[in-house]
Design a protein around this ligand. Structure first.
Ligand SMILES: [Fe+2]
Ligand SMILES: [Fe+2]
Length: 271
């Protein structure tokens, strides 16, 4: 796969991130193009802006077609470039969709767009064609206002930090073989990979999520959805119901998440 190119991951959905080989925590912004409209999800940091913008242009759209910027929480790795996008998108319809608790912080980056709250929008938003995104609150996984976005048409779940991962051995899609499903070690991969994907996923959730309870609440929301593709803001995409179920079960098993780990093992286990 050529990660220098914009890659289509589902109908009308494009990965517009890049492979940061030096950074174990690179970001995955996504562009949805539907009819004459486009929408950007978790657009990236300020240093990422030029790369993400060039990927968006590779799709052939005019930036003025972007009508919404969705920010699933307020961290700088996804919202940092909002003012860059606001400068380059000349569209009077442009609005930011996030959640009230996030908008308190996003207003410090964004001074132009109207900031909408998913709950006031009835937890969904539609393109003119009728294609709809549904929004699902995942409080404290990891910010108070964190949420996920679900594309009904392709059954893609943009999960933001949930399903994220640390790691330098990155591929766009997570490869979960039959051997992985019964494997009991994270070392000496029987499939011959340099490293196992699970420690990076487990550590990420232990550090980034606030508690096992908050993570469980979020996973319960995911379990209620019919998902074919998980598109997280960090780490690799997870394709197919069986692989998605496998990772959900692994995430339910994680202990020492956030403050739970500090109580059980002390601060050093995180740092
Ligand atoms: Fe985050
Ligand atoms: Fe993140």
């Amino acid at each position: 796969m050529d990660y220098k190119k914009t890659l289509k991951v589902a109908k009308g959905i494009f990965w517009v991130g890049y492979n940061d080989e030096k950074n174990g925590l690179h970001s995955n912004p996504y562009l949805i193009i539907e009819g004459e409209e486009a929408l950007l999800i978790d657009g990236g940091s300020r240093p990422d802006f030029s790369t993400v913008m060039s990927k968006i242009l590779q799709t052939g759209i005019n930036p003025d077609q972007i009508v919404r910027l969705i920010y699933q929480h307020y961290d700088p790795d996804l919202v940092g470039s909002v003012s860059n996008f606001e400068s380059i998108i000349h569209n009077s319809e442009l609005e930011v969709i996030s959640q009230k608790q996030n908008n308190i912080f996003i207003q410090h980056y964004s001074t132009v767009s109207k900031l909408r709250c998913i709950n006031k929008l009835g937890k969904s938003w539609g393109f003119r064609t009728g294609r709809r995104l549904r929004f699902i609150n995942t409080p404290y996984a990891h910010s108070p206002g964190s949420f996920m976005s679900y594309d009904e048409e392709t059954k893609t779940l943009f999960s933001s930090d949930i399903f994220g991962s640390y790691g330098l051995d990155w591929e766009l899609y997570l490869e979960i073989s039959e051997t992985c499903k019964t494997c009991t070690t994270h070392n000496n991969c029987p499939e011959g990979y340099n490293s196992c994907f699970l420690p990076g996923i487990i550590k990420f959730h232990q550090v980034i999520m606030t508690s096992k309870e908050a993570l469980k609440y979020a996973l319960d929301q995911v379990s209620e959805l019919d998902v074919d593709l998980i598109a997280p803001q960090h780490g690799s995409l997870i394709k197919g119901k069986e692989s998605i179920r496998f990772i959900i079960e692994k995430l339910y098993e994680i202990n020492d998440v956030g403050i739970d780990g500090v109580h059980n093992k002390g601060e050093n286990h995180i740092w």
